[in-house]
Unconditional design. Sequence first.
Length: 87
Amino acid sequence: MKTSLFVALSALLFGLASCASPGGSNGQAQTGIKRYTSDKCIVTDNKLGSMGDPVTIIYKNQEVNFCCKPCVAKFNANPERYLAKIK
């Protein structure tokens, strides 16, 4: 009984670990989300972390990082303007 439980839990953990690992070398996770690779805020160009904890959102399968919450609102007002910086 204990052996069966151990094997089942090991298989479950292995399966979960394999789901969490990123795939490919193109900066995309297996979910198809494109990573934001800059260390600067897409809105202000401030260094991420300079205004506290950075904020991350996913917009149309693109991860986007901001230096602070107010920058998210600015981004949402005109996302295509800011996304042009990373395309």
